[in-house]
Ligand binder design. Structure first.
Ligand SMILES: Cc1cc2nc3c(=O)[nH]c(=O)nc-3n(C[C@H](O)[C@H](O)[C@H](O)COP(=O)(O)OP(=O)(O)OC[C@H]3O[C@@H](n4cnc5c(N)ncnc54)[C@H](O)[C@@H]3O)c2cc1C
Length: 364
């Protein structure tokens, strides 16, 4: 006889859920937490395909940032000023919420300041001419004065952002998962959702079929596999961490080239990542792995611009998968009667993750 669920299982474990969330990244877990706070009696489950979150939330660079002027300028070229302003507010609000919900200590937060780093005086001149305008924006938008200022680091011109900091994504997600589990929400790790359907059914790979009144797809870079109508494209990002350096002048978080390259210190180690734009088409993938062209580009950047002492080595290297929308604004919407989406964090999910989750819970 084939394997059937028992009468008892049908009336307990497999009872319909009020909410099933697909994906235990920052958006999925924060949505679960906020939903349960609003509906304490609700039956909620989070399904995650990995033994750990297996997308971006534990695999990023840990920048708690509202964005560099160069990045905002590049976005203004593609979108309106109003949208960029709204995004700045969202990033700021999301980070404040993250620190408030989890606590700075639990997420390893360090208020180290952010720096937009220039290797060309010409590019610096162009971007820094906007400092006055952006300081005015920040004052208007979030009530913070003199956010940006000019400085030099190791001979290079930089624009400082005094609001930014660094955190430990592993600790952040581990604590968030503990907090979610403590509310009584079931997080099922190693549980891949194969398909969700219009009638509120969730098909687990090799497992049972579940029913939910609402299904929230928080699978970011992988979401289009489940909801193909969505325009969220996967984008792979590469990160590496060096061995400990006797001297490391790069303390704080640094953005370069409109945010495409980013680096920071982790104690006496350098973390560097990005440069997706060096081989953009190739990186539109949801497969983990390293692109040697990009890796070489980053290694050259460390040698030629950051000038670590000779003999430095890469001690950790990994990739993560982001989800980009066409505009960089996330998609938080209802797909049909039972199915919803909160995805497309467009490389800013540490900053906007909790804000997106709050929006998602409001929608639900
Ligand atoms: C290299 C890199 C560096 C980054 N640096 C920063 C940074 O410094 N600051 C910042 O703000 N942002 C950064 N980001 C972006 C940030 O990490 C993401 O925007 C954020 O983590 C997205 O969160 P999420 O919950 O939407 O998605 P994810 O964290 O990707 O979570 C989605 C989850 O869904 C799961 N899943 C997918 N399909 C299924 C399925 N079928 N069944 C079950 N589970 C499924 C995945 O395994 C995954 O765990 C970076 C990203 C990368 C990759």
């Amino acid at each position: 006889m084939s394997y059937n669920n028992s009468f008892w299982e049908q009336g307990s474990f497999l009872d319909p859920y009020d909410l099933i969330i697909v994906g235990a990244g920052i958006v999925g877990l924060s949505s679960a937490l906020f939903y349960k706070r609003a509906h304490p009696a609700a039956r909620v489950m989070v399904l995650e395909r990995g033994f750990l979150p297996k997308g971006a939330s534990t695999r990023n660079a840990g920048f708690a940032c509202v964005g560099s002027i160069g990045e905002h300028q590049a976005d203004i070229k593609k979108e309106s000023e109003d949208i960029v302003k709204e995004r700045i507010v969202r990033r700021y609000r999301g980070l404040e919420r993250l620190k408030e919900v989890l606590g700075e200590e639990a997420i390893g937060y360090r208020h180290c300041g952010g720096y937009e780093f220039f290797t060309s005086e010409e590019a610096f001149k162009e971007v820094s001419s906007e400092v006055g305008r952006f300081n005015k924006w920040m004052e208007e938008l979030i009530g913070e004065e003199q956010v940006y200022s000019l400085d030099r680091k190791e001979g290079y011109p930089v624009i400082c952002n005094r609001l930014e900091g660094a955190l430990h994504p592993g600790k952040m997600m581990q604590y968030l998962a503990q907090k979610v589990a403590a509310t009584g929400i079931d997080i099922k790790w190693n549980t891949e959702v194969e398909q969700t359907t219009e009638d509120g059914t969730v098909h687990v790979a090799g497992g049972p079929t579940l029913k939910a009144k609402q299904i929230l797809h928080a699978a970011n870079g992988f979401v289009a596999r489940l909801v193909p109508s969505l325009t969220v494209s996967p984008a792979r990002g590469l990160v590496f961490v060096t061995n400990e350096q006797k001297e490391l002048p790069w303390k704080g978080i640094f953005h370069h080239d409109r945010g495409y390259i980013y680096f920071r210190n982790v104690g006496q180690r350098l973390l560097i990542g990005g440069a997706r734009n060096v081989d953009k088409k190739q990186e539109e993938t949801d497969q983990f792995g390293a692109n040697s062209k990009i890796k070489n580009h980053l290694v050259d950047f460390v040698d030629e611009e950051l000038r670590l002492q000779e003999g430095w080595t890469i001690q950790h290297q990994w990739s993560g998968i982001m989800g980009f929308t066409t505009t960089k604004s996330p998609i938080v919407e209802q797909v049909d009667q039972y199915r919803y989406v909160a995805a497309g964090l467009s490389g800013m999910g540490i900053a906007i993750g909790m804000d997106v989750a709050e929006q998602a819970v409001e929608m639900l």
